[in-house]
Design a protein around this ligand. Sequence first.
Ligand SMILES: [Zn+2]
Length: 334
Amino acid sequence: MKTKQSVVCELSPLGEMPAYPSSAQANARAGERYVVARKILCAFLLLLISGNVHAALNVFACEPEWAALTQQLAGNQASIYTATGALQDPHRVEARPSLIAKARRAQLLVCTGAELEIGWLPVVLRESGNGAIQSGSSGNFEAAQYVTMLEVPARLDRAEGDVHASGNPHIQTDARNFLPVAEALSKRLIQLDPANTQLYQQQYATFSQQWRAAIAKWEKQAASLKDVPVIVQHKGFPYLSNWLGLKQVAELEPKPGLEPSAAYLAKVLNELQQHPARMVLRAAYQDGRPSEWIAQRAHIPAVMLPYTVGGTPQATDLFTLFDDTIQRLLAGLK
Ligand SMILES: [Zn+2]
């Protein structure tokens, strides 16, 4: 390719210039036009060549946090499509034709797994007809396989609501979980795109170093949150609670994924007299009304957390996602 480049771009334009223009002026003008044309052709060919060498890996990320992590680890080598937005319930997504089209072109799928996407991803995968990203293929990456799962049910009963056989899928609320996921994802990038091994190794080394330092900072900032009793709207925060030591005393959903009735909320409010809570937590994508209802009556703050990248204006990447989460929790203590 280097040779092709040299041949096209180092040819002397005058040497090949047509010889017929009669006057010296016309000759010069034709020469200029010829040089310009040659330059355009040259730039175009270079673009084609570099495009071939640096073809970005097409990544289909199910949730914004995995898109952000892939971006950290792959830099410019990945062209990332994110299937769900931060203000969208990741359990309930429509398998739209646009999602299927993106999955068809993907070389790597990066999702939570643990059945979080069970309501829509199997359809997208099947309809995509893309063998490279099917479950079990090297192009199918499930983050939940690399972390210790919480709330793994001893007995699986779908009548209990959104209960998942492999445990609670909301693993992204514990910053520590990103370390093993990043390590595995980096290895997967190398496996799929070995030509860029060095770059992926560097990106991972930088990320893991910065991430470890950030975790130490967040844990220090969050020290006063330890043993603070909280109510959660959905069972979306066991990993966050486990990490920072929050004590979850009640949930507003009677069953995971089921909207609470007024009667149910009144029951929770009544129980709060025995087990007072300092704040009620919900994810940015959730309807704020149940939280606000309880918050007003129990005289505690309703705290909305970004939950993923993009959930609040402050949570613009993985680092600010946790900066903002902790700031909002601390504000809830005041
Ligand atoms: Zn859930």
